[in-house]
Design a protein around this ligand. Sequence first.
Ligand code: F3S
Length: 421
Amino acid sequence: MHLNKELQRILDGKEGIIKQEALRSLIKYGDAMGAEDFVPITSAHTSFLAIDVVALAFPPRKRELSQEDIFNFTKEMEKTKVKVKTTINPGFIDRSNWEKIGATKEISDSVRKTGIIAKKCGIISNFSCVPYINGNIPLFKDHCSWSETSAVLYINSILGARTNRDSYEISLYSALIGYTPKFGLHLDENRKGTDIIDVQCELESRSDWGALGYFIGDKVGVGIPVLKNLNRPETEDLVQFCGSMSSQGSTGMFFIPGLSPEAPDLDSALGGNTPKNIYIFGKKEKDDTYKYLSNKKSGKVDFVFLGCPHKTLYEIAKIADLLEGKKISPDTRLWIMTSSSFRREAEDLGYAEVIKKSGGELLSDGCLGLYYVNSPLNRPKMKFIATDGAKQAFVIQKSFNSKVLYSNTKQCIEVALKGGL
Ligand code: F3S
């Protein structure tokens, strides 16, 4: 790969061994992907949750690191700064409520210590899976290196920025260097629609957008879908749509002609391509997707989970409205997950108090899947879960063997109030 003077300096070790190693890894990655050049980036979204896990991406590259390895890595990392705006994905715990979600003090201490290191490196530990609407918002045609499911789709398709579906390691290396290998979705020729999705039913709720996203991810795989006949979404519809689409298949972008900045119309979205397939998403396909994502329709519900991807302040306000003056069932837990900045605003504005009075819990910083894996003690009963996140419905069924109801937010709240359905 071609290196400019700045990159050559880094490769020569003039900016420390962490950056030197990050660049070596990016060169190998770029070579493997057929890239010839690097492109400067303006932002990264990565993971930086536990320093002993971050250390695994750097020498001595052992399966298990000794305390001395981690100590040495930490010393070097603390001296190294990222070159672009860098945010991080949700983690194992709610930093202010770690006991409530069943985490141990050891996990909490490790997250806190890693946060201090991240700060020294210039990384913003925002623990959000929707940074693109809160704190890390790239501009049209910005090149970036982002990991995380809904985020990659959203910034490519709705903001017109450019990123591949990078891993946590690649996005961290790129953040440290300020460049990423130029291939895939960084190039104009790879940003053209391959398949058409003809939407022939009404999308009446945000969970309908989730069902549509899930359906498309399943059908299109690695292609670039172009959507036809859509009603105009709200931002939050698109967040749900992007999160769901990326839980199936590996597509990194889509076009909504007239909304995606690069596609004023269908022809420009296709960029001269003849579509490989035209898929119809009608009432039957929508119903089938709900059936697939819900494997139980009635009974006592132990746990209602809202917030995959993280809820926005607007959604929290709507949920508070539905809960105002009511009490959730004593046998059901209601968790609403968001980022800590939205939670603080919800506290200031009184929405958090309404949720608390109803018996619900507004939590932040976390991802339910990571909570489960890292805090096996004291986690909520989860035999039968209701959720309004299609990605979460899929993850819960596949990873935790729970029964799941996938439905819209309003019905999930009703289930929490009644304790079942
Ligand atoms: Fe976010 Fe975790 Fe869902 S990272 S999109 S809450 S699976």
